[in-house]
Ligand binder design. Structure first.
Ligand SMILES: Cc1cc2nc3c(=O)[nH]c(=O)nc-3n(C[C@H](O)[C@H](O)[C@H](O)COP(=O)(O)O)c2cc1C
Length: 360
């Protein structure tokens, strides 16, 4: 439609005039916003509520939050299939155990919930490292805490499960080792300097899945709030599907066709119990995405992060393509592959140190 209008305007010789009017209007609108509208809205709190009541973007975010919270609460109260909550609670117990001035009794408000969750997950067939970790930390918790009715009830259910024999590894808080290492520093510097956003890839030469899995495992080593890891890497290495996903990303103009594979870093808002935590999936997902890109780089696989701005229509389309849940949305896309040998890289000069940091 846009293209058609442009063609008609150019045909009747009005495109210059219309484009000047459009720019003037835009400039007027922006000046009005920062000189009149925003100061007014900022100074009268009620006005900002009214202003955002009609914002499509915020109502979209609100809906995303409500679906996420609904899912979170449902899983919390069913005490099943909620690995996020298990990881969070075990993480809190672990912090309690390693505390220098450890309390004799702690975690009373969530120990039963944690044990129920653990037992239900095990009975539901979950057996993996997370469960081994959860078991060991719970066992240690019962060893280091004093007896009290809440702890005793939880303890009875926990030990009735008889999980001990099923696990191999042993987990417990461990002492900090030697962290200084010049070689490590120099290798890391080399790695972060070598990584650049590559936009042209050798088509048809897709990195093997074993390497991608390794990269995802390294991505998973990134820190995340309460170890909840509210994200998933959706790897699209089928080039037809990759093209459909890439067609939705705005920032690929001119090079989308030179990409055969893409990853959607998908955030999962349903792990966040409160409104104030609703941004965690973006933060945690981005930290993991950085690990992921560096991991790829360390294996000579190039990548380019691609913006996923908020756009309800595109979110709906990508959700269909990737079968996303209501509480999931892409945080960013990452194109990946083997760099085309002749491709050029942007210098992208960085801010100098005095613009990057301030002490105190
Ligand atoms: C969240 C995010 C979104 C990005 N989106 C795009 C994009 O849509 N298109 C693109 O060509 N590059 C995109 N980039 C890449 C940046 O342009 C690039 O990282 C930056 O210019 C620094 O260059 P370098 O990565 O080569 O060091 C994005 C980067 C990030 C972190």
């Amino acid at each position: 439609m846009r293209i058609l209008v442009k063609k008609v305007l150019s045909y009747v010789g009005l495109s210059d005039l219309v484009s000047k009017c459009y720019l003037a209007l835009q400039s007027f609108r922006e000046r009005f916003q920062y000189l009149v509208l925003y100061p007014l809205v900022l100074n009268v709190p009620l006005l900002s509520n009214i202003y955002f009541m009609f914002s499509k973007s915020f109502s979209y975010e609100a809906k995303l939050f409500l679906s996420s919270r609904r899912d979170y609460l449902m899983k919390k109260h069913n005490r099943s299939e909620n690995l996020f909550l298990l990881r969070r609670n075990i993480h809190r117990l672990e912090k309690g155990i390693l505390m220098k001035s450890r309390k004799k009794v702690f975690a009373l408000d969530y120990i039963q919930e944690t044990v129920d969750l653990f037992c239900n997950l095990v009975q539901g067939g979950h057996e993996n490292e997370q469960m081994n970790w959860a078991y060991d930390i719970l066992k240690q918790y019962f060893e280091v805490t004093d007896s009290c009715p809440q702890i005793e009830i939880a303890q009875v259910r926990f030990f009735a499960l008889n999980f001990e024999g099923r696990k191999v590894s042993v987990y417990q808080p461990f002492p900090m080792g030697n962290v200084g290492d010049e070689d490590l520093k120099s290798s890391f510097k080399q790695l972060v300097t070598k990584r650049k956003s590559v936009r042209y890839f050798s088509l048809g030469k897709i990195p093997p899945r074993e390497l991608m899995d390794e990269a995802v495992e390294m991505a998973g080593m990134a820190p995340s709030s309460c170890n909840r890891q509210p994200f998933e890497f959706r790897i699209v290495d089928h080039s037809e599907l990759a093209q459909k996903v890439l067609a939705l990303a705005g920032g690929t103009t001119g090079f989308a066709n030179s990409i055969s594979a893409v990853v959607a870093v998908v955030g999962q808002m349903n792990v966040s119990p409160t409104v104030s935590d609703r941004h965690l999936m973006y933060i945690d997902g981005s930290l993991a995405a950085m690990n992921f890109m560096l991991a790829l780089e360390s294996m000579n696989i190039s990548s380019c992060p691609l913006n996923w701005p908020e756009d309800k229509r595109k979110d709906t389309q990508v959700a269909k393509l990737l079968s996303l849940q209501k509480y999931e949305r892409p945080i960013m896309l990452i194109a990946y592959g083997y760099a085309e040998e002749q491709s050029m890289l942007a210098c992208s000069v960085r801010k100098p140190i005095d613009q990057l940091r301030q002490y105190n």
